[in-house]
Design a protein around this ligand. Structure first.
Ligand code: NOJ
Length: 546
């Protein structure tokens, strides 16, 4: 399905679908998803209307952080296939109008990356300064840490390295040493790695923790930040000095210049940044700064406020309105409800009664907002978090903080394709247990059922691509319905208006828009039917009309 408005770059015209490759489809029986599995499902993604695929890391990795610890940035880990399969995937995706974007982890490498092996080998190795090395405050004996920075995955962010008697910095696990982005050689080397993928036809990157790249030049202590609910000492700090330094924006600008060289006439390449705020904090304003005003930075940045919100019209409205409000008029928003680090929205926001109806509301919301929707694999069939026994935990975060923090395995369980054993994901033993509901909830069943969630996603995606007002029109909310838990808004473009009403409640509610029209798509009404100005909305009704 081609978008009508070809003047828009691909990344504005359709959803971008995140694949966690280990969990998508296994074609060689080792229990791990692979590139060939993704290739075989390209038709499925094309039918859905997907315009881009974000591939979580595929590079060789010793898996201390499941691929976010990389030993070689210009190769494919053999568990996923080879560079040859990758090239084939790029080509075959392209013929279906689907662009690929790679996950690029710039902040840190694996401790087994040859650069770090060299760097730690001696204090005068030419790569020593590629990473961040420091004496302890009491000299080379190493007693006491260089400062109070804590690692996201437990303990201090500094590890003492005996052979050369200094600490190195790692904001995640100790097997993920942070690169020194103040070093121009590091910048050059990493940009060359990105160029490698651009030369293979990749159209963009999702930039992992992009706001972490440069650290405070004086390595000052982070201020204390009081909070009740977090088990990690890392979250008891405001990350003022280990993130968001002004020099990071200069680097992002350089990366953008590289992308622009590959962009072609139609803004063909794209950068989307993971801008990570303090845990649990809404920081759309921070994300917005990385899109840049006056200087070309990222094309898109994630605002994770939607991940920390609740399913009420008022909260959704406040999060979205704030997001639009902090973006410069020329910035293009994007929206995300789930990813590989968080509990799936289907569980987080839709648990309890009417959960399937709630999922439809979220889908309608995502595809009728202004900006690019990001989908996380399985979202389109309503996949929920898995229940993972302690013995099956894989994620270092989950293992470290069990039972206080559930870890991230719950949102990485195998894609549910069929009702066959292991949900059609593998003939072998899946690397994480398949969710219990796979016999009822799977792609095959939902493809057959025209009233399924999968069909609802497809219909929404098609509608967004067909209606110019939905694709790139303005948005204005009707605040009158919020008290009644109805989210209503109008999308406008060149004299055409599309109205969206979402009843975010299990009760019948009045339509706050008080205007009638012709139904384009609805959970409760027939397309092309009439909706009256005084219509009452059914529980959880989603209707798009004009
Ligand atoms: C953010 C990624 O999304 C997460 O999965 C990873 O563990 C950390 N960055 C470290 O790379």
């Amino acid at each position: 399905m081609a978008a009508q408005h070809t003047k828009l770059p691909w990344w504005k015209t359709g959803p971008i679908y995140q694949i966690y490759p280990r969990s998508f489809l296994d074609t060689n029986g080792d229990g791990l998803g692979d590139l060939e599995g993704i290739r075989r499902k390209l038709d499925y993604l094309q039918d859905m209307g997907v315009r881009g695929i974000w591939l979580s890391p595929l590079y060789p990795s010793p898996l201390y952080d499941f691929g976010y610890d990389i030993t070689n940035y210009h190769d494919i880990d053999p568990v996923f296939g080879s560079l040859e399969t990758f090239k084939l995937l790029v080509r075959e995706a392209e013929t279906r109008g689907i662009s690929l974007i790679m996950d690029m982890v710039l902040n840190h490498t694996s401790h087994l990356h040859p650069w770090f092996i060299e760097s730690r080998s001696s204090r005068d190795n030419p790569k020593r300064d590629w990473y961040i090395w420091k004496d302890g405050p009491r000299g080379p004996s190493g007693k006491g840490y260089p400062n109070n920075w804590m690692a996201a995955f437990g303990g201090h962010a500094w590890t003492w390295d005996k052979p050369t008697e200094q600490y190195y910095l790692h904001l995640f696990t100790e097997e993920q040493p942070d690169l020194n982005w103040r070093n121009p050689e590091v910048q050059k080397a990493m940009l060359a790695e990105m160029q490698f993928w651009l030369d293979l036809g990749v159209k963009g990157f999702r930039l992992d923790v992009i706001n972490y790249l440069v650290k405070d030049a004086q390595f000052r202590n982070n201020p204390y930040h009081f909070r009740m609910t977090y088990p990690r000492r890392h979250d008891l700090q405001h990350h003022q000095f280990d993130r968001n330094q002004p020099e990071t924006y200069e680097i992002v600008h350089r990366i953008r210049s590289l992308m622009d060289r590959y962009a072609g006439a139609s803004e063909d390449t794209m950068l989307v940044g993971e801008v990570y705020p303090d845990e649990g904090v809404h920081a759309p304003d921070l994300a917005a700064t990385y899109i840049g005003i006056g200087k070309d930075l990222l094309h898109l940045a994630f605002d994770f406020s939607t991940i920390y919100t609740s399913l009420t019209a008022a909260d959704l409205h406040s999060v979205l309105q704030t997001w639009y409000g902090v973006l410069s008029p020329s910035a293009w928003p994007c929206h995300v409800l789930s990813n590989h680090d968080q509990s799936r929205a289907a569980s987080r926001l839709c648990a309890g009664s009417d959960s399937e109806a709630k999922k439809r509301v979220l889908a309608a919301l995502l595809h009728t907002q202004r900006g690019t929707p990001f989908l996380y694999y399985g979202e389109e069939i309503g996949m929920e978090d898995g229940v993972i026994a302690r013995k099956d935990l894989q994620d270092p975060l989950g293992k470290k903080y069990y039972p206080f923090h559930p870890g991230r395995d719950r949102s990485r369980t195998p894609m549910q394709w069929t009702r066959e054993s292991a949900a059609g994901f593998t003939n072998g033993r899946p690397w994480l247990p398949v969710n219990r509901d796979y016999r009822e909830r799977n792609v095959e069943a939902q493809q057959r059922d025209p009233s399924s969630l999968l069909h609802w996603y497809r219909d929404l995606i098609t509608l967004r691509q067909e209606e110019p007002a939905l694709l790139d029109g303005s948005i204005e909310f009707f605040e009158t319905g919020l008290q009644e838990n109805v989210l209503a808004y109008v999308r406008r473009k060149a004299g055409s208006e599309v109205l969206v009403v979402l009843n975010v409640s299990g009760q019948t509610r009045p339509n706050p828009i008080r205007r009638g029209g012709t139904v384009l798509l609805s959970t409760h009404r027939k397309p092309q039917g009439t909706i009256e100005h005084d219509t009452r909305l059914a529980p959880w009704e989603c209707t798009v009309y004009k």
